[in-house]
Design a protein around this ligand. Structure first.
Ligand code: ACM
Ligand code: ZN
Length: 568
């Protein structure tokens, strides 16, 4: 009896001790982790973080580390920039720099591949914790790794097993889309969204800013656009098939100052904001304000229901390009992103086929339909080289040239393949991987975002009663996302595979009106997606992912975000 009691006590005490130890089996899994669990470094309150105080980015990383260690464990570290003996040291440079310190040869950032620019090493030994990276963004990733390895529990100290971690991402584009057109999310919610993205190592926030149901970006030269175009009179209730409305006006838009604040907040977390103005379809909110830009002249209400709308920007009216250049010009003033998303999806051509202006422009440009194409378009059927699809390519070309003059490249949804790709277009493949494969074969850059693996507006569980109402068709479970291989090795050569920049999860919000629901849709599916984005295929194992998830969920709890507790 006595023996049983002491064994139980031993189990209890060792469980308690283990619970205070760091565990490097995190999400996404680093490339190389060599742990020595026989030796530990003990991190305690009052210990310091050393860093280069002259470098504001490194100083910001140090402040994040201090904040996150305290949030997770209660251990309060001090910022001690110039203490070479500090317990935690953030060092700009590579391991190679460290070795060649004697001859003072430093590896230049331009010699680094994009993946190496985000690389870091994390070393725990008797002298403490060292995070080293060639650039501040690598150090930031290393700081996140340390944060995620810590026990989430209020403690007086944490034991860290000795370790050598060397890590860098597989893909350089690791994105998440948030649709703020269908529903508007406040600046505070967007910042929380960015925090969650950073926790998962994501680096591209695709901000879908305009939709048939609402225009969300302030354009100073066109003040009515956001003021009037952001408001719909009512919203369809439920799945939408029965067209029953709530009769409550709904609106909201972001001022340019707010957008700049988001850009700054994202940049501190090494996230680029890719703004999207979806054109020439999905434009009813703009047509509401400028009905002269539609083929029929209006009036056009801001759409109160979901779907693909027949009314789109007139492709033959020269004022359309003037409008677009004004909008994209101001967009470039606000967003420094090297790529700007111009949409291009779901633009039915029925209006263009009958519009005198569109047809006159087609004639002027000498565009002709290739055989066997009616060009009518519609959801998923905007394929084929019709004269009308070529007119869309003409608009894309004009905008591509305009944005190139501002030093930017365009990204478009895979429908931009239909009338022929413009010179430098990046294709975002959403209707499966077919468009991405075709674009890569044409040596265009590609972002894979195929609906069946990446559309996190879809249900994550089989049983619909266990989740809020969402886009009601196929399931996109964690295991489905996890199984995605973006390089499509059976269809793309090694050279073609180099065109695949990365992968993106898309959160469309027709049925997602509240932040709690948005985070439920996002999590933990972003956990599965981030291993597709970050890890090599030979590192991936869904059972191992599931075993590592509870630790990440504790951080979701700390951040105060909702998440789906079942995983399929
Ligand atoms: C899309 O889902 N229409 C890009
Ligand atoms: Zn027209």
């Amino acid at each position: 009896m006595k023996k049983t009691f002491s064994s139980l006590l031993l189990i209890f005490v060792s469980a308690w001790v283990i619970a205070q130890r760091a565990d490097y089996r995190i999400i996404p899994l680093p490339k190389s982790v060599q742990t020595d669990t026989t030796q530990f470094f003990t991190l305690r309150s009052g210990m310091g973080i050393a860093y280069d105080a002259q470098n504001p980015q490194i100083a910001q990383n140090a402040a994040f580390l201090q904040q996150w260690v305290k949030e997770a464990t209660g251990v309060e570290l001090a910022l001690t920039p110039s203490d070479p003996k500090a317990a935690v040291r953030l060092i700009l440079g590579t391991q190679a720099d460290k070795k060649s310190k004697k001859n003072r040869k430093k590896q230049q950032p331009q010699q680094l591949t994009p993946q190496q620019q985000e690389s870091y090493t994390l070393t725990v030994g008797s002298g403490g914790i060292e995070i080293r990276g060639p650039l501040p963004e690598g150090i930031f990733r290393g700081v996140q790794t340390l944060r995620k390895s810590l026990p989430v529990k209020q403690l007086s100290s944490v034991e860290l097993p000795f370790v050598q971690i060397a890590d860098q991402p597989r893909f350089t584009y690791r994105g998440v889309l948030l649709d703020c057109g269908r529903h508007f999310f406040t600046v505070d919610v967007i910042k929380q969204f960015l925090d969650v993205m950073a926790l998962h190592g994501c680096n591209q926030f695709h901000w879908h800013l305009t939709e048939d149901q609402g225009w969300r970006f302030e354009v100073k030269a066109l003040p009515d656009l956001a003021v009037k175009g952001s408001v719909r009179e009512k919203t369809v209730i439920g799945p939408g098939n029965h067209r029953i409305y709530d009769n409550v006006p709904y609106g909201g838009y972001y001022t340019q100052d707010e957008c700049r604040d988001i850009v700054r907040y994202a940049a501190e977390r090494y996230i680029n904001v890719v703004p999207e103005i979806d054109m020439p379809g999905h434009m009813l909110s703009a047509l509401h304000v400028f009905p002269n830009l539609g083929c029929l002249g209006g009036p056009y209400p801001v759409a109160p229901y979901w779907g693909v709308m027949r009314d789109v920007l007139c492709g033959g009216n020269p004022e359309t390009l003037t409008f677009l250049k004004t909008v994209f010009g101001e967009l470039c003033d606000v967003f420094p992103s090297p790529f700007i998303h111009i949409g291009g999806d779901e633009c039915p051509k029925e209006r263009w086929q009958k519009c005198p202006k569109c047809q006159a422009k087609i004639k002027e440009l000498g565009l002709t339909s290739d055989p066997k194409d009616d060009g009518a378009g519609g959801r998923g059927s905007q394929d084929g080289k019709s004269a009308e699809n070529k007119l869309q390519t003409y608009l894309n070309h004009e905008i591509e040239q305009f944005l190139a003059s501002r030093g930017r490249s365009i990204i478009g949804w895979d429908e931009i393949l239909s009338g022929g790709l413009t010179e430098n277009a990046i294709v975002m493949s959403w209707r499966g991987t077919k468009g991405g494969i075709e674009a890569a074969k044409q040596h265009h850059r590609v972002i894979m975002s195929p609906n069946v693996y990446s559309y996190i507006d879809h249900p994550q569980l089989k049983d619909y009663s266990k989740q809020p109402q969402t886009t009601d068709s196929y399931q996109v479970s964690c295991s489905k996302i996890y199984s995605f291989e973006p390089l499509i090795p059976d269809q793309l050569t090694e050279e073609e595979q180099t065109c695949i920049l990365g992968v993106q999860a898309n959160l469309w919000t027709e049925h997602v009106a509240f932040p709690e629901h948005a985070f439920f849709q996002l999590l933990p599916r972003l956990g599965a997606m981030c291993e597709v984005q970050w890890c090599n295929p030979d590192q991936k194992n869904f059972e191992s992912f599931k075993a590592r998830l509870p630790q990440l969920q504790k951080l979701y709890d700390k951040l105060g975000v909702t998440y789906c507790r079942s995983i399929e």
